[in-house]
Design a protein. Structure first.
Length: 288
C-alpha cells in the first residue's frame, strides 16, 4: 500500500487545505508561492501517479478527501495540506486499470474528510457507484473475503469509509474494519518497536490491518531540512532499517496484513512485501 497515495498530484497553485493550522495558513499568506513549493516537498509522499503505482504492484490506497473553499463547481479533491487531483479523475484512473485487469483487486481507504457536509458524502457515494458499480464488494466478514470469492462475484474494489455514512450504504466497509495505528515519530527504532507492538496486539479475526512503515516529521525536522524535503531528509536515510523490518515479517492472521510506505518505489519495498505472500504459501505446504 501507499501512504497519502494521491499526493503525487499536489498542486502548488492550490489554496492551503482547511485542516492546516493557522501558523501554516499565515506562513503561506506571507510567503505565497515560495512557501507552497517548500510545503510540497514535505507533503508529497509519493512520486508515482495511480496508474504507475498499480503497475508497480500497489493495491491499497490511502485517500483523504476535501472540499475547496469558494469552489464554484463544488468539486471534491484529494488533499494533504494542499489540494491535489479531483476525486472523480483519480477514481476513473484506477477503474481503467481494473477494466484491463479483471482479476486484480484494490482497497480504497477513505480515512479523512475535510469540510464535507452530508450532501458532499452523498455526492462521493454516487461517484463511487457511477465509477465502479458491481465491481464493489459489499461489506461482509473480513475473513470471508478470499480472492476466489471476489473472482466468483466479479468484485474488484473494497471501499473503506471512516464516517458514520458507511452504515447506510451496503458497499461501504466501516472504517474500523481497516485500523491503521500511527507511530507519529521521526525515529526509525521507535517506529519499529511500535509496529511490532501493534502487530502483537492485533486481533486475529474480524478486520484488515495496516502497518504504516512511515516516519512523521516534527516541526523542527522540517525547519532543519526545509529545502531538501521529506524524501531526502527522512525516508531515504531510514530506508535500510525499515526494509530490514519488512523482510523479517510473516503474513497471516497473527502477522502483517497490509504494509504502507512513503515513496513506494524506493529500494525493493513493493517486491519485498509481495514476497511475504509466497512465504505464506510455502508455510502452508509445509504443514499439509
Amino acid at each position: 500500500g501507499s501512504h497519502d497515495s494521491f499526493s503525487f498530484y499536489i498542486d502548488e497553485a492550490s489554496p492551503v487545505g482547511p485542516e492546516q493550522p493557522e501558523t501554516v495558513q499565515n506562513f503561506v499568506s506571507v510567503f505565497g508561492t515560495v512557501a507552497k513549493k517548500l510545503m510540497r516537498k514535505w507533503l508529497a509522499t509519493q512520486t508515482m501517479n495511480f496508474t504507475s503505482q498499480l503497475g508497480a504492484g500497489i493495491r491499497y490506497f490511502d485517500l483523504r478527501i476535501s472540499t475547496k473553499p469558494r469552489d464554484p463547481d463544488n468539486e471534491l479533491y484529494f488533499a494533504h495540506g494542499l489540494f491535489s487531483a479531483k476525486v472523480k479523475e483519480g477514481l476513473e484512473e484506477i477503474n481503467a486499470f481494473l477494466a484491463e485487469h479483471p482479476k486484480e483487486v484494490v482497497f480504497l481507504d477513505f480515512n479523512h474528510f475535510y469540510g464535507m457536509q452530508k450532501y458532499h458524502h452523498e455526492k462521493l457515494v454516487q461517484m463511487l457507484k457511477d465509477t465502479y458499480g458491481n465491481k464493489m464488494c459489499p461489506a461482509i466478514f473480513a475473513h470471508e473475503v478470499t480472492l476466489q470469492y471476489l473472482w466468483e462475484k466479479e468484485h474488484q474494489v473494497l471501499v473503506f469509509y471512516h464516517s458514520p455514512v458507511a452504515v447506510e450504504v451496503a458497499f461501504l466497509w466501516p472504517g474500523q474494519m481497516m485500523p491503521a495505528p500511527w507511530a507519529n515519530t521521526t525515529d526509525p527504532e521507535k517506529l519499529i518497536q511500535f509496529l511490532q507492538a501493534s502487530i502483537t496486539e492485533r486481533r486475529k479475526k474480524g478486520s484488515f490491518f495496516i502497518s504504516q512503515v512511515v516516519l512523521t516529521p516534527k516541526a523542527s525536522t522540517v525547519v532543519k531540512g526545509v529545502a531538501s524535503g521529506l524524501r531526502e531528509t527522512i525516508t531515504e536515510r531510514a530506508l535500510p532499517a525499515m526494509m530490514e523490518w519488512v523482510r523479517t515479517q510473516k503474513a497471516g492472521e497473527s502477522g502483517v496484513n497490509i504494509i504502507t510506505a512513503d515513496f513506494v518505489e524506493l529500494g525493493d519495498f513493493i517486491s519485498t512485501v509481495i514476497k511475504l505472500n509466497y512465504a505464506l504459501d510455502e508455510g502452508e505446504d509445509d504443514t499439509t
